[in-house]
Ligand binder design. Structure first.
Ligand SMILES: Cc1cc2nc3c(=O)[nH]c(=O)nc-3n(C[C@H](O)[C@H](O)[C@H](O)COP(=O)(O)OP(=O)(O)OC[C@H]3O[C@@H](n4cnc5c(N)ncnc54)[C@H](O)[C@@H]3O)c2cc1C
Length: 619
């Protein structure tokens, strides 16, 4: 990259801030169309880092100091209530944490860890690789709200085709999963409660067929409402994570006019003084790991700036995009003024409407190990024989073994009795891990032994729109203050909180039913287990509800700069991603959705990224 004292001469047609699911593909498309494009990324490219490549290291990679941003969020603003969650975390000294009650004297309460990635490719470089495409209703809803028919699902389908031009998707081979008969027994139990009970004789063969059933099927007209047991498609190629960062690297290597400026944190969008104001470029700080959520932070960086002849596009993610807009003078006037930030445009919706899914596990512990995890230490050391197997074998006949899986074996997809429409709204994933959500070193805890199994419910189309992103200070290197305002402290109109809770209870009960059905397949030889989460004492609906309210988490935060109708004062963007009230400025990432889409979020974000490229290039 050019050095800082040349920065004043940096000029491009487009600047894209943030290289994740939203910004990465868009920057590539703009450059592939021949436009000089500057893609600015606070982190750097981790090419060659084994943690980003091995699918089974999806937990490990979230803890890699070169990549991770430790964001802490509030599920509840009332701290006594928040501390009921055993995942509640305290800071003992910088980046040294205490998790749970009884912190050491002087520790500072932080909240709940929300892993984020500051690296090329953004959170897609550290995520769990799961690829589930959105529901048609997600797109049709945006078309209805905005009156822009290009958002209709039938039109959006072309953008999925565009994503598949560069993104390979492949499920874990059933052969790898079916080697472990105890695992097979759990999958058989789930198949039974989903009404697909495999015959007792030939169970493994019957399940092998089930595990080829694609939840993203584009030939099933009823796909969005189809229930059952499914394979889990992953963004990988030849048993290796492949994703947005590969698209970016390939675009640069192909000679398109894409400049990636790494280790560069954008602090402000610059505007001229016309009416309406026109975005002219950005100010930034060059330096490694500057953002203070990075455990490697501490530097102050070298200032610089760049200008555009066409547009600035902000793709810094659900938390950082509203923060950057506010720091630049676009946002709720009172909040900006309280930090001494001159108001360019009073847009009250920025940093509001934030949404997430709710997730909750039912975990059990067996007396003996899952054999699929034999030799897997998840630490990259020489004794990690699963890594050796993954490294030393080509991707033929499933020879790379367990590590070409992300640890999730299968998923029950179900429509709860509380869904707002016909879409299946529960995704209940199962695997041989002890997963209870995110907290420091969660990646070690989930595999600290090889005896646990998790069925985890993920609730799609949640109704809570009460999340906020607010400035902590006027310093761009300070993380924002994030409040989700869960359940009864959030959206309650029409019983919204209770409907989400009811659906979660149903998912939890369905998980327990799958464990019960496990026993019907004892012929496979799996040993017995004891429930560890929520645990045998949590049985009444009231107790289950309390458990969910205390411990639920999410990891698809979105909707904090929503697209909306022209007459909606809280709409931040128009239907073409343009920030209202200013010119030459768009937002393209997880924050653009008015309502949280689909079941997993990376696919709708990448489809939005492809749509934005089309809108920008073709009007
Ligand atoms: C642990 C975990 C697992 C997940 N697993 C899955 C999964 O399996 N499937 C799925 O669909 N979704 C998953 N997700 C969610 C999904 O990966 C993210 O929601 C998605 O990547 C968000 O995309 P984005 O473009 O909005 O933001 P990001 O991917 O976060 O990208 C934003 C980028 O902007 C950069 N940036 C931010 N601020 C600045 C600035 N001021 N200057 C310069 N650069 C900046 C950041 O470094 C980052 O690279 C997971 C999330 C987590 C936390």
């Amino acid at each position: 990259s050019p050095v800082a004292d040349e920065a004043e001469t940096l000029q491009y047609e487009y600047i894209v801030v943030g290289s994740g699911a939203g910004g990465g593909p868009l920057a590539c498309r703009l450059a592939m169309a021949g436009h000089t494009t500057l893609l600015i990324e606070s982190g750097n490219d981790q090419a060659g880092n084994i943690n980003i490549s091995v699918p089974a290291y999806q937990g490990v990679v979230t803890n890699d100091p070169k990549i991770r941003w430790d964001m802490f969020v509030n599920h509840y603003q009332n701290q006594s209530r928040a501390m009921l969650d055993p995942k509640f975390t305290w800071e003992v000294s910088p980046f040294v944490y205490h998790v749970g009650p009884n912190p050491p004297p002087g520790a500072t309460p932080l909240g709940i860890l929300y892993p984020r990635a500051g690296t090329l490719g953004g959170c897609v470089t550290h995520n769990a690789l799961i690829w589930i495409t959105p529901h048609a209703s997600d797109w049709n809803n945006i078309a209805t709200i905005t009156g822009d028919s290009t958002w209709e699902a039938t039109n959006m389908d072309q953008y999925l085709d565009k994503v598949y031009e560069w993104l390979p998707v492949k499920p874990v081979s059933p052969a790898i999963l079916l080697n472990d008969l105890k695992l097979v027994q759990h999958i058989a139990g789930a198949a039974e409660v989903m009404g697909e009970g495999p015959p007792l004789i030939g169970t493994a063969a019957a399940l092998a067929v089930t595990l080829t059933v694609d939840p993203n099927s584009r030939i099933n007209p009823n796909r969005d409402s189809t229930e059952g047991l499914f394979q889990v498609p992953l963004t990988m190629k030849l048993g290796t994570r492949t994703s947005v960062r590969d698209f970016i690297d390939n675009t640069v290597a192909s000679g398109y006019p894409l400049t990636v400026r790494q280790n560069c944190h954008v602090t402000k969008i610059n505007f001229d003084t016309s009416t309406p104001p026109i975005a002219t470029g950005v100010s930034f700080l060059d330096g490694n790991s500057l953002f203070r959520a990075s455990p490697l932070s501490g530097g102050t960086g070298t200032p610089g700036s760049a200008t555009v002849t066409k547009e600035v596009i902000i793709s810094a993610g659900t938390y950082n995009t509203p923060q950057l807009l506010k720091l630049s003078g676009i946002g709720p006037a009172a909040e900006l003024e309280s930090f001494g930030i001159p108001v360019i445009n009073n847009l009250p919706g920025i940093g509001t409407n934030m949404q997430d899914r709710y997730e909750i596990p039912v975990n059990v512990v067996h007396g003996s190990d899952f054999s699929i995890l034999n030799g897997c230490t998840f630490d990259g050391k020489p004794h990690d024989t699963c890594l050796t197997t993954w490294e030393n074998n080509p991707h033929v006949f499933d020879a790379r073994g367990t590590y070409e899986s992300d640890g999730i074996a299968a998923a029950m997809i179900q429509r709860s009795n509380y869904a707002a429409n016909t879409d299946a709204d529960l995704f209940i994933f199962g695997g041989p891990v002890d997963f209870t959500g995110y907290f420091p070193d969660w990646n070690d805890a989930i595999v600290s032994d090889h005896k646990h199994f998790t069925w985890g419910t993920l609730k799609a189309h949640t109704r809570n729109t009460a999340g906020t992103v607010q400035l902590r200070s006027a310093n761009a290197l300070d993380p924002a203050v994030i409040n989700f305002n869960y359940f009864d402290t959030g959206t309650t109109a029409g019983g919204a909180d209770q409907l989400d809770l009811d659906a979660m209870v149903q998912g939890l009960n369905q998980s327990r039913a799958a464990y019960k059905a496990y026993n019907d397949y004892a012929i496979l030889g799996g040993d017995s287990f004891v429930e560890t989460e929520p645990g045998p004492s949590v049985q009444s609906t009231a107790d289950i509800e309390n458990y969910i309210k205390e411990r639920a988490w999410g990891h698809h935060a979105s909707c904090s700069c929503p697209i909306g109708a022209d007459d909606n004062p809280n709409a931040v963007l128009d239907s073409q991603f343009r920030v209202r009230g200013v010119q030459n400025l768009r937002v393209v990432d997880a924050s653009v959705f008015p309502a949280i889409p689909g079941v997993f979020i990376q696919s709708p974000i990448m489809m939005v990224s492809e749509k934005a490229a089309d809108v920008i290039l073709n009007g």
